[in-house]
Design a protein around this ligand. Structure first.
Ligand code: HEM
Length: 143
């Protein structure tokens, strides 16, 4: 266990960084996409950027995090710890944010988005706040 644990943690942290990069950047792309005219070259370029970010980076990274996180908890026997359970609740919310972004991407793809730039700016705050809270739970372990 001593040998494998830090390597799984390396994978976990790399997955977290890639997932968070996408969760923070995709709603930013939506903010700019809102201002692009439907059918314009800009709008079509945004569609490609959004699809690739989600498919090539965010989806695989989310899976890596969801596989390595529970595996670390199993190796470290920390399943019952309150900090882990609290963290897990926030990770579920982060996963819901991922799925919301995925739905918004699809509506942009069909040229059916009806949310404002302001809506996506606000949506962008959620992953930031969740990230800060999750890192505090896992590093400080306040309870
Ligand atoms: C999918 C559910 C997840 C589970 C079950 C989980 C579980 C764990 C466990 C057990 C550790 C090792 C803690 C230690 O050795 O003290 C860990 C480390 C870590 N996790 Fe997660 N995690 C998950 C998702 C996430 C997410 C979404 C983030 C960030 C957004 C994150 C950020 C971190 C960080 C930064 C560390 C390194 C902490 C350290 O080494 O002190 N995890 N995780």
């Amino acid at each position: 266990m001593e040998n494998i644990y830090p390597w799984i943690k390396v994978l976990h942290i790399v997955g977290v960084i890639a997932w968070m990069a996408g969760l923070l950047y995709l709603p930013r792309l939506f903010v700019y996409h809102v201002d692009a005219t439907v059918g314009s070259p800009q709008s079509e370029t945004f569609k490609i950027m959004e699809r690739r970010l989600l498919r090539a980076i965010m989806n695989p990274a989310m899976i890596v995090v969801w596989v390595t996180g529970p595996y670390l908890a199993y190796l470290g026997s920390v399943w019952a710890q309150p900090w882990l359970i609290s963290k897990l609740v926030l990770v579920v919310v982060l996963t819901l944010a991922h799925h919301a972004s995925s739905r918004w991407r699809k509506s942009f793809e069909r040229d059916e988005n009806n949310h404002s730039a302001r809506f996506f700016r606000i949506a962008n705050e959620a992953p930031t706040i969740l990230l800060i809270a999750i890192v505090i739970f896992v590093v400080v372990k306040p309870f």
